[in-house]
Design a protein around this ligand. Structure first.
Ligand code: DLL
Length: 430
């Protein structure tokens, strides 16, 4: 089926296609050691999944399962069929690693070309990709999609602000792919160069990889004089391209021929009806190397009832409202407070209390870690404190990638916990 037919497929035909593809995903999963063990433990026979509804009989998969099956416990194809890997942002070492066959890469590129076309992008567009290239899925994911659509792709990656501006001016960029926080920062930098971002040729921005509000979208659109489209995805489910806004920009079409979606009550696991807010759970319907079955995204959203004016039948999800775990996204990088805690608590000089403060300065996210030390540390040499600070910064940076500001404090400086400790103070106005 062509994309247009697939995008406007009837509910009945979609469900038929989903079920055919689900059976393939299940058959593929039985080749992966992780699922073999899981199915055995839960006494699941994939043949007993005889309708889409039966998907509820499968247990959920979590990020922790991926970590435990590191590096390749979820791989369902011979190693020689794998052509690429990516990894979830933020963590180093044993993070969540994702593998792709050539068919997976091609299907993903097709999907991203579909997303871009839904926003009105064409082969006439100049696409400047300001997302990180490398293990992060944001850069290469859209890169291949934009090429497939026939755009001129500028793989400028993130950072190097002055060069970004130069490229936008010299090659008359029409679409940018960027995190919302970098879009805010870049607009300020452009203005600082005496240029009005509205005078550039940028007409569209694809914003994603981190949470942001409708107010932030409005601000970015006003600063740049363009339309901004919300883009959602996660590494475990390929990366970007899971859900994308069309020209109507009223919720993101979740591509239901690629992903089977459920919204669950995060506490009970019960599947909720359209319209109710809960946690998004996704199942791959056409993945060879590493099919995810009922993956708990931890992202909170709802299915927007009703059909979109564009005529696409794939249901839309609302802007992500938050997460059911404590993962923070700092400048597009995923950070778990528990990782910071582990680093701190492995340092003997560190006392009992610490606090993580997040701020947004000039559009950029800053992470500030306040750490109480044991009192004996303050009676000694100031040089020791400096060295300790350097060591904490280095250890944190090695783990969470982003550059933290570390402040060492005397015991009792931070408000003592009177119940559930408030470890994270997020001052960013997302
Ligand atoms: O952020 C993939 C991506 C790249 C999406 C580029 C869009 C654009 P991860 O690093 O695995 O993958 O982080 C995934 O980021 O579970 C959400 O919590 C959050 N997230 C992604 N897009 C949005 C969005 C990429 N549009 C995690 N709104 C997800 C809110 C988002 N949160």
């Amino acid at each position: 089926m062509l994309h247009r037919e697939l995008e406007t497929v009837s509910k009945k035909d979609l469900e038929k296609l989903q079920f055919e593809r689900l059976k393939k995903s299940l058959a593929a999963a039985t080749k992966a050691p992780y699922y073999q063990k899981l199915f055995k433990e839960h006494n699941i026979h994939v043949d007993s999944i005889r309708t889409l509804e039966h998907i509820k009989d499968l247990p959920f998969v979590t990020k922790n399962d991926l970590r435990l099956s590191y590096p390749d416990g979820m791989v369902a194809v011979p190693k020689s069929d794998i052509v690429r890997m990516h990894a979830s942002s933020g963590t180093t070492g044993k993070s969540t690693v994702i593998f792709y066959t050539m068919n997976d890469i091609n299907a993903w590129a097709d999907l991203l070309a579909r997303c871009m076309a839904a926003t009105g992008a064409t082969r006439e567009d100049v696409f400047q990709n300001m997302m990180g290239y490398g293990l992060f899925t944001g850069g290469l994911g859209l890169h291949y999609g934009a090429e497939r659509l026939g755009c001129l792709v500028i793989p400028s990656a993130s950072g190097n602000t002055l060069r970004q501006i130069q490229l936008m001016q010299d090659f008359r960029t029409t679409i940018i792919h960027i995190t919302p926080s970098y879009a805010l920062h870049l607009a300020e930098e452009i203005a600082a160069q005496g240029i009005n971002p509205r005078d550039l040729s940028v007409k569209k921005a694809y914003l994603g990889a981190e949470p942001y509000s409708e107010a932030t979208r409005n601000k970015i659109e006003a600063q740049w004089g363009m339309h901004a489209y919300n883009s959602y995805g996660l590494s475990e489910l390929n990366g970007p391209g899971v859900a994308f806004e069309c020209v109507h920009r009223c919720g993101m079409h979740l591509w239901e021929d690629y992903y089977y979606m459920e919204i669950i009550n995060p506490d009970t696991g019960e599947v909720l009806p359209d319209g109710e807010e809960g946690e998004l759970v996704l199942t791959h319907l056409n993945r060879e190397a590493m099919p995810m079955l009922r993956y708990r995204t931890r992202d909170l959203t709802r299915i927007i009832p009703g059909q979109c004016a564009c005529g696409r039948t794939h249901r839309r999800i609302d802007r992500i409202k938050g997460r059911t775990d404590d993962m923070l996204i700092v400048g597009g990088v995923n950070v778990f407070p528990s990782q910071i805690e582990t680093v701190l608590m492995n340092i003997p000089e560190v006392g009992n209390n610490y606090q993580i403060v997040l701020d947004r300065e000039g559009g950029l996210d800053r992470i500030h870690v306040k750490v109480e030390l044991y009192s004996k540390m303050f009676s000694g040499d100031i040089k020791n404190i400096d060295n300790l600070k350097k060591m904490i910064v280095e250890r944190l940076r090695a783990l969470i990638v982003v550059n933290p500001r570390v402040e060492l404090l005397e015991p009792g400086s931070l408000p003592p916990s009177t119940g559930k400790a408030v470890r994270v103070i997020d001052n960013r106005k997302l």
